[in-house]
Design a protein around this ligand. Structure first.
Ligand SMILES: [Zn+2]
Ligand SMILES: [Zn+2]
Length: 469
């Protein structure tokens, strides 16, 4: 019997806390580690035990759990120590939602491209989409909590119903020929004009069934550029009320909750002749899962009015989402993602190259929750005040925001953030944080008032927002 007096601490959860999202990270650490390197979390309701192996020289642990509505009870055990945890899951009753969609074009059977024997029906696709958006939902809550800007509240978007299948009237042939902007425009138009488009309090996250990767034609050129050239109908574009994606990397995504952690830790090599590699040159299933899930978070971020930042999820830091969920020790060969921002409309990072290893420096700085995935401060301020992340009622009052002669004015609520964004690429080059200052007016420095060069983004404490362009 071990003589040490171990203590188990939880870093982000309180006993009896009410949680508004179904998937949850239970994070903490053990004080005084002995020879024992296993921590267990017992889910009493489901009668299941999850096991976590401590990483060498690290006393932190992470469990991903799936909550059931109402009360959930857990016991965390390490050696002789034991810690109880009660949590209540109450899905958010926000009036603003994300609706997941799986899009099937005319003349397409709805089966997505994947490994030979894996199920790939529309039903399977919907399962994958629902589960993985719940992971992104959890990521937003976790990262906002870590930002310290939410008064210790977990804030995230809420998901509306199950993933729905949307039959596009466009032919699959047309979709396969279209670039991502055209796909986005066409589908946004179709969705808005369908019965789904009547509710302005819904934003859509949609995945195309028809994404096609033809790896047989790479001819030895395995650069990401060439991979993209051989991929059709694979958009990753978010903004306004729609974030649109392909399905070519679903082979690396989990279908059930039990598979999630294994998918993040899957080091199996991608077969470039048949599988679309979106791993930022890691060439592993786990790398592809992390990068694509990070890209989803990035594009959904645009739907919530975030611009580009030099760092973090809205910049070049969305390849390592896996580290938010697992403690893994692999800093070798981290490739650097070069931020290339093109047009405002094309609000995404497209070109990926190996470059100077600035990313590695960022990694060592251990920003955010120590897992190198985070929203920069200005992005966190926007999300923390965004209507989609806060409980609202229909009759909420609004603030009129005006911009005249370099003065920004809010008619009712205090300003919390002003961002100066480059017009060409949406990159935030300067921001002014006005939290707790109770200002309804702000004077923009003269050199930033040229709207032909800059866009000015404004948000109030009430989540009223405006982009002057
Ligand atoms: Zn012990
Ligand atoms: Zn972007």
């Amino acid at each position: 019997m071990c003589q040490s007096r171990h203590l188990i601490y939880l870093t982000t959860l309180k006993d009896n806390e009410v949680i508004c999202h179904e998937l949850l990270l239970v994070k903490g650490f053990v004080e005084k580690i002995c020879h024992c390197n296993i921590i267990t979390l017992q889910d009493i309701k489901k009668n299941k035990i999850y096991q976590y192996t401590l990483v060498k020289n690290c006393n932190n642990f992470k469990f991903l759990i799936q909550l059931e509505c109402g009360q959930n009870q857990y016991i965390i055990n390490y050696c002789s120590a034991s810690q109880r945890l009660n949590l209540f899951f109450e899905p958010s009753n926000s009036i603003y939602h994300i609706q997941p969609l799986y899009i099937i074009h005319q003349n397409h059977d709805g089966h997505f491209q994947t490994e030979d024997e894996k199920p790939n029906s529309p039903v399977e696709a919907c399962k994958i989409i629902e589960l993985n958006l719940k992971i992104v939902q959890c990521l937003f809550a976790e990262k906002l909590l870590e930002s310290g800007l939410t008064n210790n509240l977990r804030k995230t978007f809420s998901l509306k119903s199950k993933c729905l299948i949307f039959h596009s009237k466009q032919s699959v042939e047309k979709a396969l020929e279209s670039d991502e902007n055209t796909l986005w425009n066409d589908l946004a138009f179709e969705i808005i004009n369908s019965n789904l488009g009547e509710d302005s309090k819904i934003k859509f996250v949609a995945f195309l069934a028809c994404t096609r990767y033809n790896g047989k034609d790479l001819s030895g050129d395995t650069s990401y550029e060439n991979i993209k050239k051989n991929t059709r109908a694979n958009p990753a574009l978010g903004g306004g009320g729609l974030a649109l994606f392909g399905s070519g990397y679903f082979y690396s995504w989990p279908t059930t909750f039990e598979e999630i952690i294994d998918c993040f830790k899957n080091y199996k090599k991608i077969d470039l002749s048949t599988q679309l590699d979106e791993s930022n040159y890691r060439r592993t299933y786990g790398g592809c899962f992390a990068t694509t899930l990070g890209a989803i978070a990035h594009e959904i971020g645009h739907c919530f009015d975030l611009g580009h930042t030099k760092e973090g999820i809205m910049g070049n830091g969305f390849d390592y989402v896996n580290l938010a969920f697992v403690n893994e020790d692999f800093t070798e060969n981290l490739p650097d993602r070069i931020v290339q921002t093109e047009s405002v409309k094309d609000q995404r990072l497209t070109k990926i190259k190996k470059g100077e290893n600035k990313f590695l420096e960022n990694y060592h700085e251990q920003k955010g929750g120590g897992d190198c995935t985070y929203f920069s401060k200005n992005c966190s301020i926007i999300l923390a005040h965004h209507k989609w992340f806060n409980l609202q009622n229909e009759s909420d009052e609004k603030s009129e925001i005006t911009f005249m002669k370099s003065i920004i004015k809010s008619s009712k609520f205090n300003l919390v953030l002003i961002e100066i964004r480059e017009k060409v690429n949406g990159l935030v080059i300067q921001f002014y944080e006005l939290l707790n200052r109770k200002h309804k007016e702000f004077e923009v420095p003269e050199h930033f008032t040229k709207l032909e060069r800059y866009n000015i983004f404004v948000i109030t404490e009430n989540g009223d927002l405006k982009l002057f362009e």
